[in-house]
Ligand binder design. Structure first.
Ligand code: ADP
Ligand code: ASP
Ligand code: MG
Length: 427
């Protein structure tokens, strides 16, 4: 979506939707898979919508597929074909959300609320042509606006759009978050609320770290790092989008009325906290290439071959080997390890040597906080805590606001708890 389109849409949207109702806000609410997981939960969502509507607000609702449905569809596809065509995959995956939009509309009708369901295409969500991880390019809100104006609640299928050839696309796992944030940007909504099955964003996954604490406010950059380093509470691309278009949003629970976590632009006081939270990604692998010829093009050739095979590489370390060559070690997603081992031998042959081995028992632990920019000694504190817990660090990576270490997966939970404790994040 371009800036021009964004502001044009915003004006249309506000002008039309909120015409004549001074205190009325336009609110985008997104309900995740657990929140619409069964009939009773969908009825619960309808009641929450009813309450907000009775307060006088206009509502655009985004829903996910019932929890488990997208995974189930993927498993079914893979049982039939281990490399399913991506167009057909999107055709398949889009049905999960299509079920819940219709059921949510029916639940609203049952309590007397006018509502209409929209697929991504009907909601005017245009994407590029990259099936299974399409990017939103434009949103035409005219149909949504007309229905809001007519007093209806508009329910949009998350995670899907349509490309310029009229094909259904999906936005990557967790993509309903992106649908909600993009609609909030396009409509310049007054509020965007992401309802899930926990009370907000915590200092660590509250299902694993029992003393994790809810964070009241977090900056886009911190949320983005946590999301891309393994906290699945928000899809990372949705946070990137929110940052780009300045969409402030709140992560809340659909099962209670507690205040959630506000995600917004960084403000000065945020730097006072050194570490905001920790994230763990247990689905990592380590690839080690030993005795690689030490010449200028080696690394470039290797990483180009991996990129051509759509393998994303993360932490990279290069050492001089005893033999005069170099050892190159890097991490990849666990699913990509086998493919890396398949692709690399031919490349190494061309480079004149080197052996490749993959270890798929790796986890990546990260500590994140904008306060790291102004506080020294964070790495030393983390390494000491892991050392005292007897946990070996295999690789280290840093950026301005994060430190990541690769550890053995069997020690990952313990490493996460040690990091959480040493920075005093717990209750
Ligand atoms: P939804 O289906 O609503 O999109 P998700 O399952 O995608 O929900 O995300 C919510 C889950 O994210 C929580 O149940 C929690 O286990 C997990 N999670 C991981 N890290 C965090 C964190 N730092 N704070 C809150 N939840 C987290
Ligand atoms: N149903 C999709 C998924 O499971 C999108 C979403 O839930 O956000 O990834
Ligand atoms: Mg999610």
């Amino acid at each position: 979506m371009t800036h021009g389109v964004h502001s044009r849409l915003a004006k249309q949207c506000l002008g039309t939707a909120l015409n004549g109702a001074r205190n009325m806000a336009l609110i985008v609410q997104k309900y995740g898979g657990t929140s619409v997981g069964d009939v009773d939960r969908i009825k619960n969502v309808a009641k929450r919508i009813q309450k907000t509507r009775e307060e006088g607000h206009s509502l655009v609702i985004v829903v996910s597929a019932r929890s488990g449905v997208t995974n189930e569809l993927i498993a079914r596809a893979k049982a039939i074909n281990d490399r399913p065509d991506t167009r057909e995959m999107d055709m398949l995956l889009a049905i999960g959300e299509q079920e819940t939009i219709a059921l949510t509309a029916m639940a609203l009708h049952a309590i007397g609320i006018p509502a209409v369901s929209y697929t991504g295409a009907q909601a005017g969500i245009s994407t590029d042509r990259v099936f299974t991880k399409a990017k939103i390019q434009q949103i035409n809100p005219k149909p949504i606006l007309a229905d809001l104006k007519a007093g209806k609640v508009v329910i949009v299928a998350g995670f899907q759009g349509i490309n310029d050839e009229g094909q259904i696309t999906t936005l990557g796992r967790g993509g309903s978050d992106l649908t909600a944030i993009a609609l909030a940007a396009a409509c310049k909504a007054d509020k965007c609320e992401i309802y899930t099955d926990v009370d907000g964003v915590y200092t660590a996954d509250p299902r694993i770290v029992k003393n994790a604490k809810k964070i009241e406010e977090i900056s886009y950059d911190e949320m983005l790092e946590l999301a891309s380093l393994g906290s699945k509470v928000m899809q990372s691309r949705s946070v990137e989008f929110a940052k780009k278009y300045g969409v402030v949003f709140e992560v809340r629970s659909s099962f209670n009325h507690n205040p959630g976590t506000i995600v917004k632009e960084e403000v000065a006081y945020m730097e006072k906290v050194v570490v905001r939270g920790v994230a763990l990604d247990k689905d990592q692998a380590k690839v080690v290439i030993s005795n690689l010829p030490d010449k200028p093009s080696s690394a470039a050739t290797i990483f180009k071959a991996l990129a051509d095979a759509s393998i994303n590489v993360d932490m990279i370390v290069q050492n001089v080997a005893h033999t005069g060559g170099v050892d190159l070690t890097f991490t990849v997603q666990r699913d990509d390890a086998a493919n890396a081992v398949k692709v690399l031998p031919d490349v190494l042959k061309k480079l004149g040597g080197g052996e490749v081995k993959a270890f798929d028992n790796i986890a990546k632990l990260s500590v994140v906080g904008v306060g790291m920019r102004t506080h020294a000694g964070v790495a030393a504190t983390l390494f000491t805590a892991l050392g005292e817990a007897g946990i070996n660090i295999q690789l280290i990576g840093t950026s301005e606001i994060k430190i990541t270490v690769a550890v053995d997966r069997s020690r990952a939970d313990q490493a996460q708890q040690a990091a959480h404790d040493v920075f005093g994040l717990g209750n």
